[in-house]
Write a protein that binds this ligand. Structure first.
Ligand code: BMA
Length: 376
């Protein structure tokens, strides 16, 4: 393959390696106990798995909702069921370019504070990352005509230099996250997700399996070099048809703690049967592999955008959770209506889906913040 140098990637060489004021060192985060923060979180999740309960998670939950943005102490979930989610999910997009806010305008400082608050509630935090394309500098969703991953994992290329810098910045941020007592904050990281589709530059159709796996190796190496011992790693393909397909890009047991699946319900009522089938083929594969390997399984992203199926939480999600008992389920964000209209996955006050969501909240298998004692 021809290795093309882009102006943007070359510029990566000139970028500062770290962003000011947000660095962590391995000495700072090294655990003196025999069990690491990540190990403790893993034990907790194993207990949840054994109990058959499912922690409910929501992306960007306490930082904005359909009718508000940036207030403190709010959450559409809290304002509909009277309880925060048991898991809060976040995205690191734009940490790579030292931005103060992420790709959805969430300040990284606020994110760090909210993560510590969620940890204090006894809850769990998880993170995805939609970094820019290191070849073009465009966002992660822009169609690609170059095998960017192979460029980025090949030593000596500008894309490789850029990605190293970006991984270092992501690792610095993750190392800087502390709980209220100043101890490293445990969290779940789900890098390079949905690789079974081609919409991200790291997607399987845009590269080779070998290069994709090297991307995980490079990520892990960068994080290990920073001494990060507070991270569990989740592997999450989008919809696949079989266990073999699910495992196509699997980087190896030593890289993955959680077998995940990202499976969205699309096309409203018409799409319901298709969603159940996609859950069976994709989440079914994740659960089967997790059982074989003694790992955790989770439904790492799902949801029905704008809830045209108003009782989706009780008619669709709850039966799936009862069938498969994932350790957690994460639904995507409640986009603010002035910034991204009709892009929400949890009901908000006044939405017709609130009753179904309350029933879901009250069900004995779902765990929200107030019930986290059950999984201590
Ligand atoms: C997508 C959409 C985008 C958002 C991105 C990262 O699914 O919600 O609007 O920027 O996730 O959170």
């Amino acid at each position: 393959m021809q290795i093309r140098h882009s102006i943007f990637a070359a510029a990566g060489l000139l970028l500062l390696v770290s962003c000011g004021g947000r660095q962590g060192s391995s000495a700072e985060i090294a655990s003196t106990d025999s069990i690491t923060p990540a190990g403790e979180l893993l034990q907790r999740l194993q207990k949840v798995q054994a109990s058959g309960l499912t922690i409910y998670g929501h992306d960007d939950d306490p930082v904005y909702g359909v009718n508000w943005f940036g207030d403190e102490g709010r959450s559409d979930v809290l304002e509909t069921v009277g309880d925060y989610p048991g898991m809060m999910h976040w995205d690191l997009g734009l940490i790579e370019s030292c931005s103060a806010v992420n790709l959805d305008s969430v300040a990284f400082d606020r994110m760090a504070r909210e993560m510590a608050l969620q940890e204090k509630r006894g809850g769990i935090n998880a993170i995805s990352w939609h970094p820019l394309n290191p070849h073009t500098g465009k966002d992660a969703w822009q169609p690609v005509d170059t095998d960017v991953v192979t460029l980025a994992v090949t030593e000596g290329t500008p894309e490789n230099d850029t990605l190293r810098v970006w991984l270092g910045r992501a690792a610095d941020y993750l190392a800087s996250l502390k709980d209220e007592e100043g101890k490293p904050l445990p969290l779940i990281f789900r890098p390079w997700h949905e690789m079974s589709g081609g919409w991200f530059w790291w997607g399987g159709p845009n590269t080779t399996v070998d290069s994709y796996r090297k991307l995980w190796e490079m990520t892990r190496k960068a994080f290990d070099e920073k001494g990060l011992d507070n991270i569990l790693y989740a592997y999450s393909p989008d919809v696949v048809g079989s266990k073999d397909e699910y495992m196509t890009w699997y980087p190896g047991d030593e890289y993955v703690d959680i077998m995940g699946a990202d499976v969205y319900h699309r096309d409203g009522h018409e799409g319901t049967e298709r969603w159940f089938a996609a859950i069976d083929s994709t989440y079914g594969a994740a659960a089967a592999v997790a059982a074989e390997k003694g790992k955790i399984a989770a439904l790492t992203e799902t949801g029905c955008e704008a809830l045209p199926v108003e009782d989706w939480y009780t008619s669709c999600l709850l039966p799936v959770l009862k069938k498969y008992k994932p350790v957690y389920v994460t639904v995507w964000r409640n986009g603010n209506r002035n910034m991204k209209a009709d892009h929400f996955y949890a009901p908000y006050p006044g939405h017709p889906g609130v009753e179904s969501f309350k029933t879901f909240h009250n069900d004995s298998i779902t765990v929200f913040a107030r019930e986290l004692e059950r999984i201590r």
